[in-house]
Write a new protein. Structure first.
Length: 100
Protein backbone atom coordinates (compact mmCIF):
# COMPACT_ATOMS: atom_id res chain seq x y z
CA UNK A 1 0.00 0.00 0.00
CA UNK A 2 2.92 2.35 0.63
CA UNK A 3 3.88 2.17 -3.06
CA UNK A 4 0.43 3.56 -3.86
CA UNK A 5 0.93 6.44 -1.41
CA UNK A 6 -1.28 4.89 1.27
CA UNK A 7 -0.18 4.51 4.85
CA UNK A 8 -2.39 2.68 7.39
CA UNK A 9 -1.77 2.64 11.14
CA UNK A 10 -3.87 1.23 13.96
CA UNK A 11 -4.59 3.61 16.84
CA UNK A 12 -4.31 1.53 20.00
CA UNK A 13 -6.15 1.73 23.34
CA UNK A 14 -9.16 3.70 22.04
CA UNK A 15 -11.97 3.52 24.58
CA UNK A 16 -14.73 5.39 22.74
CA UNK A 17 -15.38 7.41 19.59
CA UNK A 18 -18.18 9.98 19.58
CA UNK A 19 -19.72 11.51 16.46
CA UNK A 20 -21.98 14.51 17.07
CA UNK A 21 -24.27 15.94 14.42
CA UNK A 22 -27.10 18.45 14.72
CA UNK A 23 -29.65 15.63 14.98
CA UNK A 24 -27.93 12.76 16.79
CA UNK A 25 -24.94 11.59 18.78
CA UNK A 26 -23.30 8.28 17.95
CA UNK A 27 -21.11 6.64 20.58
CA UNK A 28 -18.87 3.80 19.48
CA UNK A 29 -17.49 1.85 22.45
CA UNK A 30 -14.35 -0.32 22.41
CA UNK A 31 -13.64 0.40 18.74
CA UNK A 32 -10.86 -0.70 16.48
CA UNK A 33 -9.56 2.48 14.85
CA UNK A 34 -7.26 2.75 11.85
CA UNK A 35 -5.86 5.95 10.39
CA UNK A 36 -5.26 5.88 6.65
CA UNK A 37 -3.15 8.66 5.13
CA UNK A 38 -3.22 9.23 1.39
CA UNK A 39 -1.94 12.25 -0.52
CA UNK A 40 -2.16 14.52 2.52
CA UNK A 41 -5.66 13.41 3.52
CA UNK A 42 -6.45 11.48 6.68
CA UNK A 43 -9.26 8.93 6.79
CA UNK A 44 -10.34 7.12 9.95
CA UNK A 45 -11.87 3.66 9.82
CA UNK A 46 -13.82 2.71 12.94
CA UNK A 47 -15.43 -0.63 13.69
CA UNK A 48 -17.16 -2.01 16.78
CA UNK A 49 -20.04 -4.18 17.93
CA UNK A 50 -21.07 -1.63 20.57
CA UNK A 51 -22.76 1.37 18.95
CA UNK A 52 -25.30 3.64 20.65
CA UNK A 53 -27.32 6.37 18.94
CA UNK A 54 -29.13 9.14 20.79
CA UNK A 55 -31.02 12.14 19.45
CA UNK A 56 -29.44 15.48 20.30
CA UNK A 57 -31.71 17.64 22.38
CA UNK A 58 -31.86 21.03 20.74
CA UNK A 59 -31.99 24.02 22.98
CA UNK A 60 -34.56 26.48 21.65
CA UNK A 61 -34.73 28.75 24.67
CA UNK A 62 -32.91 32.07 24.65
CA UNK A 63 -31.06 33.33 27.71
CA UNK A 64 -33.10 36.54 27.73
CA UNK A 65 -36.35 34.51 27.82
CA UNK A 66 -34.98 32.46 30.72
CA UNK A 67 -33.98 35.64 32.56
CA UNK A 68 -37.48 37.08 32.08
CA UNK A 69 -39.16 33.94 33.43
CA UNK A 70 -36.72 33.89 36.36
CA UNK A 71 -37.51 37.48 37.34
CA UNK A 72 -41.28 37.25 36.83
CA UNK A 73 -41.78 33.87 38.49
CA UNK A 74 -39.04 34.18 41.09
CA UNK A 75 -37.33 30.90 40.19
CA UNK A 76 -33.78 29.79 39.46
CA UNK A 77 -32.24 29.36 35.99
CA UNK A 78 -32.76 25.60 35.78
CA UNK A 79 -36.44 25.83 36.78
CA UNK A 80 -37.10 28.68 34.34
CA UNK A 81 -35.41 26.82 31.49
CA UNK A 82 -37.37 23.63 32.20
CA UNK A 83 -40.64 25.59 32.34
CA UNK A 84 -39.90 27.22 28.97
CA UNK A 85 -39.08 23.88 27.39
CA UNK A 86 -42.29 22.37 28.77
CA UNK A 87 -44.25 25.36 27.43
CA UNK A 88 -42.58 25.07 23.99
CA UNK A 89 -40.97 28.49 24.41
CA UNK A 90 -44.19 30.29 25.37
CA UNK A 91 -42.95 32.78 27.98
CA UNK A 92 -46.39 33.75 29.32
CA UNK A 93 -47.47 30.13 29.68
CA UNK A 94 -44.23 29.21 31.46
CA UNK A 95 -44.68 32.07 33.95
CA UNK A 96 -48.35 31.26 34.54
CA UNK A 97 -47.58 27.59 35.21
CA UNK A 98 -44.80 28.48 37.64
CA UNK A 99 -46.99 30.96 39.54
CA UNK A 100 -49.98 28.65 39.89
Amino acid sequence: MERMGLNMNQINDVVEVTIVSKEKEIRIKNPQVFEITAKGSRVFQISSDEVEEHPVKTKNTKEEDIALVMSQAGVDHKTAEAALEEADGDIALAIMRLKS
